[in-house]
Design a protein around this ligand. Structure first.
Ligand code: PGA
Ligand code: ZN
Length: 436
């Protein structure tokens, strides 16, 4: 007979706001010993077509973006079913949640509703066991020995595309401090580059250039082309006293679905064929120390991704293409459409499925980049998840805006909890997970 020593007694959600002022869910899961776990759900702007469904109310309230129905689904159907469940079995918790909504994309109850309970239960379980969340996820949920790896942060320093009102088609320009010894030095390095970038852009483009976009990178007002952005970033790396290409390398999230129309991609005011866009990326790779490229083509173009992968030396990260969905990740692996998975827990809607997607990627020798969304909250779940998964990479925005900075602060805290006894991949960021 299985004796359950702790159970879920109460689940309560409420409607809160995300970093763009749009409604999202905060959910509290309470256990029989009064332990509480809290989770807040993020939300994207450049969402992939096949992402799990965010249930929104429509109508006038909050311009249609209210989540009152999703909140009510947590407080009624989900709370009723989950009362009495064992919170220490994350896979069983997630299975029960999926049974409640077997629809494609979790659109009946809302992936936002389901995810809030999935995450909050993991937090409650780790609190009950008096474990740190990263420790709980790694040792209890993934059954891996407690060997930890801190991620190289992919810090977003210039926003474009759907995340800023500027001329840049590419959505995210990022720096990766690979020359640092640990995450503490990496965050310091990134912040120093970030501030130098702000200063440099003010002197060249005026004060407007220093405003920040949705993810905390500068909006880069006045920058006309991707090359302008890369030039400014390289200049800032040097001004901060670091060596571009050696101590700090570059990454982008093109989020190319945002500038794709009728078979053509429009970047820097030029319409390009897929072949021309490949040449464009390759030229950037030759001119600047670009080492990671996310979503270089439209989200349906598995073939264009595959063609690019044969020509580039960069990490090719799939986000909108694979939407953290285990089945679509398998397809992308089969079609050789990339070599790295961007992992966003809310694209798939449960903790267990997100971990499964990461494990499928690892098994195929892909790397994993744990990621925030452009609409965020103060929740720092992803910092712990990246350490637990030993992903070696995290994408969590600029060094400004507290919903971004809190994730960096949690990484600093984890480093302190572990007394620095954790690896930092440095230039091995693409393959670091293999040793863990
Ligand atoms: P999103 O953007 O959260 O707006 O989808 C982030 C990303 O594309 O990585
Ligand atoms: Zn992306």
């Amino acid at each position: 007979m299985v004796i359950i020593v702790v159970e879920i007694t109460k689940i309560k959600a409420l409607e809160i706001l995300d970093s763009r002022g749009n409604p999202t869910l905060m959910t509290r899961v309470t256990l029989s010993d009064n332990t509480v776990g809290i989770a807040k759900v993020p939300s994207g702007a450049s969402t992939g077509l096949n992402e799990a469904v965010e249930l929104r109310d429509g109508g006038k309230r909050y311009l249609g973006k209210g989540v009152a129905q999703a909140v009510s689904n947590v407080n009624t159907a989900i709370a009723e079913k989950m009362r009495g469940a064992n919170p220490l079995s994350q896979s069983n918790v997630d299975k029960m949640l999926l049974e409640l909504d077997p629809s494609t994309g979790k659109g009946k109850l809302g992936a936002n509703a389901i995810l809030s309970v999935s995450m909050a239960t993991a937090v409650a379980a780790s609190n009950h066991l008096k474990l740190e969340l990263f420790e709980y996820l790694r040792t209890k949920v993934m059954s891996k020995d407690a060997k930890y790896l801190q991620p190289v942060p992919m810090c977003n320093v210039i926003n474009g595309g759907a995340h800023a009102g500027n001329a840049l088609a590419i959505q995210e320009f990022m720096i990766l401090p690979i020359g640092s010894k640990n995450v503490v030095e990496a965050i310091q390095c990134a912040a120093e580059v970030y501030h130098n970038l702000g200063k440099g852009m003010i002197s060249k483009y005026g004060r407007m250039a220093k405003h920040v976009g949705d993810e905390g990178g500068f909006c880069g007002f006045g920058l006309k082309t991707s090359y302008d952005a890369f030039n400014e970033i390289v200049r800032a790396i040097e001004a901060a006293g670091y060596a571009p290409g050696k101590e700090v390398v570059l990454g982008i999230d093109a989020a190319a679905s945002g500038f794709y129309k009728d078979g053509q991609y429009t970047v820097d005011e030029k319409a390009m064929t897929p072949g021309e866009l490949i040449d464009y990326y390759i030229d950037i790779e030759k001119t600047f120390p670009l080492k990671s490229v996310e979503d270089p083509f439209d989200e349906n173009e598995f073939g264009e991704f595959a063609e690019y992968l044969t020509k580039t030396k960069t990490q090719v990260v799939t986000d909108d293409l694979t939407v953290s969905n285990p089945e679509i990740v398998k397809k992308a692996i089969e079609l050789k459409s990339g070599n790295s998975l961007l992992l966003k827990v809310n694209q798939i809607g449960s903790v267990s499925e997100a971990i499964e997607a990461a494990q499928i990627a690892y098994a195929a020798n892909w790397s994993v980049v744990v990621s925030h969304r452009s609409g965020e909250t103060g929740d720092t779940f992803i910092s712990d998840l990246s350490v637990a998964l030993a992903s070696g990479q995290i994408k969590t925005g600029g060094l400004a805006r507290s919903e971004r900075v809190e994730k960096y602060n949690r990484l600093l805290e984890i480093h302190s909890i572990l007394d620095g006894d954790c690896g930092y991949p440095g230039s091995g960021f693409r393959t670091a997970w293999r040793n863990y």
